[in-house]
Design a protein around this ligand. Structure first.
Ligand code: HEC
Ligand code: HEC
Length: 202
């Protein structure tokens, strides 16, 4: 009886561990449906479609769940694309994209890089704006453990659209309002500057 109980606990743990870490090889096949917009290797070619290459699995799963339930983030295209995905599919696809290498992007307006760098690396103490690098890392690689998004190398157009979505409240996927509280304190010109700087990160 005791042995059976221990065995089933051990089995439960192995199952939940497997459910967390996706299978990148299986994900590659499942991601074929995503390639048309995001690029087969996660490097999309237009600004309206975010690059997924190098994005962390945890973050990808969270966003897919949000799109699927339209909780915190809605998009008609992604509502359709996420509808049929199980949690295991999301993990497999996330594992696949996390392993891909993001291509470099260029700023749209190089004259904004200096201000963008200042905000990204130092925030603004006077207004209570934390440095972006504290969560998204100095290189913009994000944090796979916490699920903080990779932002480095992303298109300016996409990044800027998301910063505005946090600012106008149409995107609320950020736990404890982390991003909404930050962008509320920044002007549109500052958001544009930091989006340009982020694109230049490698
Ligand atoms: C028809 C085009 C299209 C297809 C196909 C598509 N997507 Fe998307 N995807 C988008 C658009 C547009 C966005 C940006 C939505 C927004 O602005 O919030 C997006 C956003 C995302 C995001 C959020 C990225 C981020 O940085 O927050 C993830 C994750 C994602 N898609 C995964 C997938 C997966 C997985 C598939 C395949 C199963 C897929 N997409 C197929 C158009 C598409
Ligand atoms: C306290 C931690 C924290 C700080 C500081 C922070 N962020 Fe974030 N950021 C997050 C989290 C968490 C998310 C993911 C929210 C979600 O899951 O939708 C995020 C998401 C984003 C996204 C969306 C990425 C995507 O692919 O859609 C962008 C862009 C972004 N942050 C930019 C910034 C900028 C610019 C700054 C500095 C002005 C900043 N962040 C500071 C935690 C932080």
């Amino acid at each position: 009886m005791k042995k059976t109980l221990l065995y089933s606990i051990a089995l439960m743990f192995s199952i939940s561990a497997a459910a967390q870490a996706g299978d990148a090889a299986a994900g590659k096949t499942k991601a074929l449906a995503c390639g048309g917009c995001h690029g087969m290797d996660g490097n999309s070619v237009v600004e309206t479609f975010p690059k997924l290459a190098g994005q962390n699995e945890k973050y990808i799963i969270n966003q897919l769940k949000a799109f699927k339930t339209s909780k915190g983030r809605s998009n008609d295209l992604m509502l359709g694309m996420s509808a049929a995905l199980s949690e295991a599919d999301m993990a497999d696809i996330g594992a696949y994209f996390q392993q891909q290498k993001i291509s470099s992007a260029a700023p749209n307006d190089a004259s904004r890089l200096a201000l963008g760098r200042e905000i990204y690396n130092g925030g603004d103490v006077a207004r209570g704006v934390p440095a972006c690098k504290a969560c998204h890392s100095p290189t913009g690689a994000g944090n796979a453990g916490t699920g903080y998004a990779r932002v480095g190398g992303q298109y300016v157009g996409y990044t800027l659209a998301q910063l505005h979505a946090f600012k106008n409240g149409s995107r609320t996927t950020d736990d404890k309002s982390l991003m909404r509280d930050i962008v509320a304190k920044l002007s549109d010109a500052e958001l544009e500057a930091v989006a340009n700087y982020i694109a230049s990160l490698k």
